[in-house]
Design a binder for this molecule. Structure first.
Ligand code: HEC
Length: 193
C-alpha cells in the first residue's frame, strides 16, 4: 500500500522537475536553445528531402545517374531552404567533393575537427551538433555520418564507372575513402541576428 502511493508522488515530482529545470538552467540562453532547435529542424528537412531523391535515383539509374541528380538536387534544395527560411543553408566538409560550395571557412573547419574528436571519444556521430553566436550571427553545424549507402560514392573502393563519373564532374574530389560511422561533413546553417 505504502509502496504504491509513493509511485505517483515520485512521478509527479519528476514531471515538475522537467518542467521547471529547463527554465532555471536556460535563463538567457533560451534564445540560443530555440535558434538551435530551428536550425536542427532545417538540417533535418535538408536530409529528409535529399536522401529520398538520392535513393530514387540510385534505384532508377544507378550511381552514375545518381551523381548527376545529387550534383543538381543538393544545391537546389539548399537554395530552396535558404529562400524559404531566411537562414543560409549549405553543406561543408573537411574533404570536400564540391570545392566551390563545400569548402569550410575557419569556424566550420574548427567545429568539424571537434566533431571528429568528439566522435573518437564515443559520442554517437548522428547526434553531433554545435551552435553559437559568432560576430552577430547565429551559426550551427550538424554532422552527417557515413552510412553504408554512402560508400557507393564516398567509400574506399568505388566502382570504375562511378569513379569516372566523379572525376568528370569533380576533378578535385577529396570525398572518398570513408567508412561507415565516420563524419562525411555537416549541414552548415547561419542566421543574421
Ligand atoms: C550517387 C553517389 C552519392 C552517394 C550514394 C552519396 N553521395 Fe554525397 N555527394 C555526392 C555528390 C555528387 C556530391 C557533390 C554535390 C554537389 O555538387 O553539391 C556529394 C556531396 C556530399 C556532401 C557535401 C559536401 C561535399 O563534399 O561536397 C555531403 C556532406 C555528402 N555528400 C554526404 C553524403 C552522405 C552522408 C551520403 C549517404 C547518406 C552520401 N553523401 C551519399 C554523391 C553521392
Amino acid at each position: 500500500m505504502k509502496g504504491r502511493s509513493i509511485v505517483p508522488l515520485a512521478l509527479g515530482c519528476a514531471c515538475l522537475l522537467t518542467l521547471i529545470l529547463p527554465f532555471q538552467v536556460l535563463g538567457e540562453d533560451a534564445e540560443i536553445k530555440s535558434l538551435k532547435a530551428e536550425a536542427l529542424s532545417i538540417a533535418k528537412r535538408f536530409a529528409g528531402k535529399l536522401k529520398p531523391r538520392l535513393k530514387e535515383a540510385l534505384k532508377n539509374g544507378g550511381p552514375v545517374k545518381a551523381i548527376e541528380v545529387c550534383s543538381k538536387e543538393a544545391p537546389r534544395i539548399a537554395r530552396e531552404l535558404s529562400l524559404e527560411t531566411g537562414w543560409q543553408v549549405k553543406r561543408v566538409s573537411l574533404k570536400p567533393r564540391n570545392r566551390r560550395t563545400a569548402s569550410p571557412d575557419q569556424w566550420e573547419r574548427a567545429i568539424l575537427q571537434k566533431f571528429n574528436e568528439r566522435r573518437a571519444l564515443g559520442e554517437p556521430p548522428d547526434e553531433l551538433a554545435h551552435g553559437e553566436i559568432v560576430d552577430s550571427r547565429f551559426r550551427f553545424l550538424k554532422a552527417q555520418p557515413v552510412e553504408s549507402l554512402c560508400l557507393l560514392c564516398h567509400g574506399e573502393t568505388i566502382a570504375e564507372p562511378v569513379k569516372n563519373a566523379l572525376r568528370l564532374h569533380y576533378p578535385n574530389d577529396k570525398a572518398t575513402g570513408y567508412s561507415v560511422g565516420e563524419i562525411r561533413g555537416a549541414f552548415s546553417l547561419s542566421k543574421n541576428l
